[in-house]
Design a protein around this ligand. Structure first.
Ligand SMILES: Nc1nc2c(c(=O)[nH]1)N[C@H]1C(S)=C(S)[C@@H](COP(=O)(O)OP(=O)(O)OC[C@H]3O[C@@H](n4cnc5c(=O)[nH]c(N)nc54)[C@H](O)[C@@H]3O)O[C@H]1N2
Ligand SMILES: Nc1nc2c(c(=O)[nH]1)N[C@H]1C(S)=C(S)[C@@H](COP(=O)(O)OP(=O)(O)OC[C@H]3O[C@@H](n4cnc5c(=O)[nH]c(N)nc54)[C@H](O)[C@@H]3O)O[C@H]1N2
Ligand code: SF4
Ligand SMILES: [Mo]
Length: 746
């Protein structure tokens, strides 16, 4: 058979690289970077290369599974949905919608079927117990951005391609390939930054790959980035270095910020952060003097008890140095689909409501953007209220919270007690092994692809759509159909998946017709739907959004504009250029201004100042790290990615190793009040003294989970150590870094 090639977007991480598959019939014989992709220009990482192995992995689920006694056994789709009906219906009728929760995991952000149909599923279940990976990840940044700029997707993107100075805190883009920063080939982009004379400074308790490639590495004490940034802000004021540039007329709150950062003088910051006071002042001077500069913070800055205030301070410093909304500084994307800041009246809006109005039952924790903290999931299951209230059923889609959320042991124990666990996943994992019904997610190569969720964080404006590269396997179903049928089952009464899809599409058409910013404004929704009638499911909705979006063809009104047909004609994508300044139209705050000093954040700055007074703990602090050939808790079953450096080891500084009696390749016990794990030690001066590092997503040593390759090198679950009660208060996000631990030799 003649080998053919097909281009598509890799769905595995936020970099969204274009890849070219070589196909031998239905087998993938090679995966390469697509040199013609308008965004990634041929870049690919080892995970992308492994897409063929993922497609072929015999351990990937291909049929529904239903629990019979203690065994999950293959079942027909009809029987699996009947079992959902049988298990879920009594919970819903006897205990109400609040007895059912959902947990949605990370891969949903890379699948536009999930983007469009998970809301349908949630509505069908009617539950307010919505949990996602966002509260173990990026919510602090979205809360800070929402308060400052008016929408939860108005996250500023560092202009890495044009900046003269990039300050990176708590991110390792050479390994992670970027997050809240969609920029394929960050290794190349950062090399280019330095080649043009720019400066790269990395703040990280570990000498990460990115730190190694930087001009300067500042090995900060974990959990103290907020203090460092507040110190920099204070020095900017103290040195008379504050300039807002062209953003000035659009910013309010400068004086309040000046007052709020007063306590953070560099000497006190030095004592807390472990970085010299002179460095704090010098960072301020350098950022102010650079022709353009961008400050970028990620996981190490968001997953701490000070996540939101730290995320805010990142953009405070960007603003004070005149880099807000300017090329080379930080800019907002203006994506072709999916951003609330391209909808409605330009320049003004309702803003965001923080904290949200929802509350967890047990701890009374507030909701954030309609979600409750994932760290509260276990207690909502295992704590019974006075009238017997508790979560009795859970639906998980593309998630593995036993490995990815705090106190995994408590969660696992709680899951085992549920009346119904229904999961949609590509694999049996440490969470889905508790399911009563598992629906398989088909290979990502069998579905179409468009990055709706990530477009708001992209460093350039691009629009790229991939058709399915391969047909579904025998008996497999597209995830859109799986989710809609699950929603229809939850609704009951003979409602069909097609009807729910039609309603969802109608709702999108209606909103476009009502949106004064849309080129479809004032049109008849039925007419818009008729124009996309040739498209199915998620691609019909996508076509609506593209055509009614800021670059859309307006359903004929703007002939050269975007549509799905236009993208189909460009298999390597459409490049709409670098980001452009958007003030003031981007804003959706009630004031129509950038809120530099939201009251919630001023209060948090006061709490942060309290951390200056509490002397640093004389305890080892645990931080995480990501690995190039891994993806959170999965992909560990692919031979191309397994083994080698991809191991769950505890990095320990030589001085600490001597003090604790630890030896390289020996075993250590790591303990907290929450739990303990045993791990292999790797002695390295790549961590700061007083800091140990362990990657998350491991711990495949439980029965009935994971594939055979993953089980052979299981590693340990870092989240057994993490206290579920430690949260960033404004965002409900867990503190996953800077965890005090005891390490002993075994
Ligand atoms: N201690 C600690 N914990 C952390 C982190 C940390 O840094 N430290 N990081 C956190 C972060 S940033 C994140 S995003 C979370 C991730 O947390 P989760 O999203 O809960 O976990 P993942 O490991 O991403 O699991 C994804 C699951 O989706 C499945 N899957 C893959 N593709 C598909 C698909 O197309 N459809 C469906 N239905 N399923 C699919 C995979 O098989 C896998 O089981 O972990 C968080 N947990
Ligand atoms: N290869 C690979 N790529 C991935 C993933 C993966 O698992 N593997 N996961 C994807 C996901 S879901 C996400 S959210 C992104 C995350 O993307 P990144 O945020 O870039 O992820 P990390 O590589 O974990 O980098 C976080 C860095 O913060 C440092 N750190 C820890 N605590 C602190 C602290 O208190 N202060 C400071 N300044 N630094 C600290 C850690 O040492 C680490 O180097 O990566 C994505 N890409
Ligand atoms: S960097 Fe991310 S998107 Fe690019 S090939 Fe690797 S996993 Fe795929
Ligand atoms: Mo993440």
């Amino acid at each position: 058979m003649e080998a053919v090639t097909r281009s598509r977007i890799c769905p595995l991480c936020e970099a969204t690289c274009g890849v070219t598959l070589t196909l031998d019939g239905d087998a993938v014989s090679a995966v390469r970077g697509d040199p013609d992709d308008v965004f990634s220009r041929g870049y690919i990482c080892p995970k992308g290369v492994a897409l063929g192995e993922l497609h072929a992995d015999p351990d990937r689920l291909r049929t529904p599974l239903v629990r019979h006694r203690d065994q999950l056994v293959a079942a027909s789709w009809d029987d699996a949905y009947a079992e959902v009906e049988r298990l879920l219906r009594p919970v819903l009728t006897e205990h109400g919608t609040d007895a059912v929760g959902v947990y949605l995991g990370n891969p949903n952000a890379h699948n536009h079927a999930s983007t469009f149909y998970l809301p349908v599923l949630i509505r069908a279940l009617g539950t307010r117990f919505r949990f996602t990976a966002s509260t173990v990840d990026q919510f602090p940044k979205q809360v800070a951005s929402g308060l400052m700029f008016g929408t939860e997707l108005s996250v500023l993107v560092p202009d890495v391609d044009r900046t003269d100075y990039l300050l990176v805190l708590g991110a390792d883009p050479l390994v992670s390939n970027g997050s809240l920063l969609t920029a394929p080939d960050l290794p190349g982009r950062l090399r280019a930054l330095r080649a043009r004379g720019g400066r790269l400074v990395v703040v990280d308790p570990r000498r990460s790959r990115t730190a190694q490639a930087a001009d300067e590495h500042l090995a900060v004490r974990p959990g103290t980035d907020g203090l460092l940034l507040a110190g920099v802000a204070r020095e900017l004021f103290a040195g008379g270095l504050v300039t807002l540039g062209a953003a000035a007329p659009h910013v309010t709150g400068l004086e309040e910020v000046r007052t709020a950062v007063q306590p953070f003088d560099p000497d006190r910051v030095e004592a807390a952060c472990g970085l010299p006071a002179g460095t704090v002042s010098r960072l301020a001077v350098e950022l102010a003097a650079a022709p353009s500069a961008a400050v970028y913070g990620r996981i190490g800055t968001t997953t701490t008890a000070f996540g939101t205030v730290t995320s805010w301070l990142v953009d405070v410093v960007n603003t004070l140095t005149g880099n807000l909304d300017r090329p080379g500084g930080v800019l907002w994307a203006k994506p072709a689909v999916g951003s609330p800041n391209t909808q409605g009246e330009p320049g003004r809006g309702r803003g965001v409501r923080i904290p949200g109005s929802g509350r967890t039952r047990v701890r009374g924790l507030a909701s954030t953007f309609g979600e409750l903290p994932a760290a509260a999931m276990a207690e909502e299951i295992d704590t019974v209220g006075p009238d017997g209230e508790r979560l009795r059923a859970l639906v998980t889609v593309a998630g593995n919270p036993v490995l990815s959320t705090p106190n995994g042991a408590r969660l696992a124990a709680a899951l085992a007690t549920l009346d119904a666990v229904v999961s949609v996943d590509a694999y049996l994992n440490e969470t889905t092994r508790f399911a009563h019904v598992v629906f398989p997610a088909a290979s990502p190569l069998t579905r179409s692809h468009y990055d709706v969720a990530l477009a708001s964080f992209a460093v350039r404006t691009v629009a790229r759509w991939s058709p399915p590269s391969l047909p579904l396997g025998p008996g497999e179903r597209d995830e859109a159909d799986v989710l809609l049928q699950l929603a229809a089952t939850a609704v009951g009464g003979g409602v069909t998946a097609d009807q729910l899809d039609d309603l969802a599409a109608y709702d999108v058409a209606r909103r476009l017709a009502a949106d004064s910013s849309s080129p479809a404004h004032g049109r008849d929704p039925a007419e818009l739907l008729a124009a996309v009638a040739g498209r199915r499911r998620q691609d019909r909705i996508l076509d609506l959004l593209l055509r009614g979006g800021p670059y859309g063809d307006g359903f004929g009104a703007v002939p050269e504009g975007l549509s799905l047909a236009a993208l189909e004609a460009q298999p390597h994508g459409v490049d709409l250029g670098p980001l452009r300044p958007r003030l003031p139209e981007v804003l959706r705050t009630p004031s129509g201004l950038v809120e530099l000093a939201p009251p919630q954040l001023l209060a948090e700055a006061e709490r942060l100042a309290g951390a200056l007074r509490s002397a640093p703990v004389d305890r080892l602090l645990l931080v995480g790290r990501r690995q190039l050939r891994s993806n959170n808790s999965w992909l560990h079953n692919l031979p191309l990615l397994a083994g080698g450096s991809n191991r769950c080891t505890l990095h320990v500084h030589p001085e600490d190793a001597v003090r604790l009696g630890l030896v390289d390749a020996g075993t250590a016990t790591v303990a907290t009040a929450t739990g303990r794990v045993e791990v292999t030690v790797e002695v390295t001066d790549g961590v700061r003294p007083g800091v140990v590092s362990l990657p998350h997503g491991w711990g495949h040593d439980v029965p009935g989970a994971a594939g055979s390759v993953a089980a052979a090198q299981p590693g340990a679950n870092l989240n057994l150590l993490v206290d579920e009660t430690l949260l960033d208060p404004l965002s409900g996000t867990s503190a996953l870094t800077a965890i005090p631990v005891q390490v002993t030799a075994r």
